[in-house]
Design a protein around this ligand. Sequence first.
Ligand code: HEC
Ligand code: HEC
Ligand code: HEC
Length: 102
Amino acid sequence: MIIAAILILLSGGVAFAVVGGGDLTMKNDGGNVVLSHDAHVRSASLQCQECHTKIYLNTKKHATVVMADMEKGKSCGTCHDGTAAFAVKDNCEKCHTQDKAK
Ligand code: HEC
Ligand code: HEC
Ligand code: HEC
């Protein structure tokens, strides 16, 4: 009985828990970007390992990448190439939704 109750609590906890690293704000001169784990893991059905550590990404502080690198397929640009996901070119406002860093 106790184990069953714990299992129910755990599964309920997972359903409401933050997905992966949650929403992460990346400050930059183009207007801050929020990386949503929920949008990528749940909505886009990506596995953790497609980003951690297959791409440069790990769960430590990311190396700063400029847009020119992304257009060549680094960082977000690995997928945001116009095929797997919307391209980094011409879709600035889809990522840069926040006020510019001060
Ligand atoms: C679309 C790519 C992507 C996917 C898929 C993804 N992550 Fe992340 N995750 C990131 C990025 C980008 C960062 C920031 C990394 C950095 O700063 O180096 C990050 C950071 C994290 C962090 C650190 C958060 C912090 O506060 O510093 C954790 C923990 C994490 N991810 C866990 C997960 C887990 C667990 C999954 C699978 C459920 C997952 N991630 C799937 C891109 C992704
Ligand atoms: C897929 C999401 C995404 C799209 C689309 C995108 N950016 Fe970015 N951009 C980022 C992220 C994330 C950073 C911060 C990178 C870091 O911290 O390593 C960044 C950084 C920047 C920077 C500061 C670094 C640099 O390259 O000088 C500028 C300026 C910028 N973006 C402008 C733009 C413009 C203009 C567009 C449209 C042509 C655009 N971005 C489209 C995600 C995106
Ligand atoms: C492993 C592949 C992958 C990587 C890496 C990745 N994305 Fe995505 N992203 C996707 C896919 C797939 C979608 C859903 C399809 C689409 O919107 O084109 C998506 C959707 C999005 C959306 C729209 C989400 C929404 O709420 O509708 C944003 C914003 C976004 N990504 C930003 C980023 C940023 C910023 C980075 C880098 C820090 C990044 N992505 C890295 C695959 C990726």
